[in-house]
Design a protein around this ligand. Structure first.
Ligand code: SAH
Ligand code: AVI
Length: 342
């Protein structure tokens, strides 16, 4: 690949990484455990799945025959990346929850082909992911600048560097579906603040479909998703000196037809009490008690448009795969009626 010519004022070094996770206000896991495990209906937010082991398990999930979202989204990107590159003329790609950036390469290739690519800005809570993909991508795309942000996109979006080129903010994989409706719109509004008038949000969302297909995708025959689900207990054990035995819990994944989301839970196999030593918190489970660990919302075009417009965004393009399993949408800031001179 021919080297890219970076525009000023992108940093001179190819890789810059900033971590925002060890700051004094960052007590997110402790706060979430204190809050979530003392409620009558226990709950932990899904961002805590992703330590290095959880990230590896997620990668294995993406390869499973039952887990269609990754393949469907990649098929859309393969078909549309050229069109997206022409339409956006983007020089930088910000990616929220970037993970291994596997599908991102399709987009980076298209922007590189179009001759506009200058900078990639991965944002993820998993430090190793951000560091590894910065190394790999600067090798794969000579001249590419990578500004990695290790942080929580619910807290640290203000640390994303300002745009120096037209930008695409990519939020792939259906991760927006892991937020319940209220926080989903709050996160979308925060994301909208990363956009200027020439910028776009490229977002992947999973679509409503046959519950059997959905439940199989979240309860695979090999038990990889079950291990991923139980991994949150290992994270709490390590980070907060707790004594959970992951084998005390069954993996549960059910489609909630009313809310149109998959709910993952851990169900206690027996009555037991575990001490979370760092918080001096005994946590009691009765036999059969369930703790919610993730929701994964499935969208209709109407719901998605309502969420976008409630967040100050307007839909520009809607793409789907041949089986209509998954959607990729391009949106931009909605015009502000106050700016209309008439
Ligand atoms: N975008 C990739 C990975 C999706 S997995 C894909 O489409 O395959 C979700 C990713 O989001 C993980 O890498 C996880 O570490 C990251 N993540 C989850 N919650 C997060 C949060 N609150 N802030 C930042 N990153 C988060
Ligand atoms: C990251 N996120 C979009 C995945 C999903 O499908 O909701 C996480 C996942 N949970 C179980 N399998 C995959």
């Amino acid at each position: 690949m021919k080297p890219l010519t970076p525009a000023e004022p992108v940093a001179q070094t190819a890789i810059r990484i900033e971590s925002h996770l060890r700051e004094p206000e960052e007590r997110s896991l402790a706060d979430d455990v204190l809050d979530g495990l003392t409620r009558p209906f226990k709950e932990l937010p899904p961002k805590h799945f992703y330590d290095a082991r959880g990230a590896e398990l997620f990668d294995r999930i993406c390869e499973l025959p039952e887990y269609y979202p990754t393949r469907a989204e990649r098929a859309i990107l393969d078909a549309r990346a050229g069109e997206l590159a022409r339409l956006t003329a983007a020089g930088e790609l910000v990616e929220l929850g970037s993970g291994t950036a596997a599908k991102t390469r399709v987009l980076l290739d298209a922007l590189h082909e179009a001759g506009t690519l200058v900078r990639y800005i991965p944002v993820d809570v998993t430090e190793s992911m951000v560091r590894d993909c910065a190394e790999e991508l600067t090798d794969e795309y000579p001249g590419l600048h990578v500004h990695g942000v290790i942080g929580d996109f619910e807290r640290h979006l203000d640390r994303v560097p300002p745009a120096v080129e037209p930008r695409i903010v990519a939020f792939l994989g259906g991760t927006i579906g892991n937020f319940p409706p209220g926080s989903r719109r709050r996160v979308l509004r925060e994301i909208a603040r990363l956009l200027g008038p020439r910028d776009y949000l490229l977002m992947g969302t999973d679509l409503v479909k046959d519950p059997e297909v959905l439940e199989a995708a979240y309860d695979d025959a090999q038990g990889v998703t079950a291990e991923f689900n139980r991994n949150v207990l290992r994270v709490v054990n390590r980070e907060l000196e707790a004594g959970f035995d992951p084998d005390d819990f069954d993996h549960v994944a059910r489609f909630d037809r009313e809310h149109e989301w998959i709910e993952m839970r851990l169900r206690a196999r027996r009555e037991h009490t575990t001490l979370v030593r760092a918080l001096d918190l005994p946590v009691h489970f009765h036999a059969g008690e369930e703790m919610r660990t993730e929701i994964s919302a499935k969208f209709t075009p109407e719901r998605l448009e309502r969420d976008l417009s409630a967040s100050g965004l307007e839909l520009v393009r809607w793409f789907t795969d041949p089986d209509k399993l998954f959607a990729l949408t391009l949106s931009r800031l909605a015009p502000n009626p106050a700016d209309d001179p008439r």
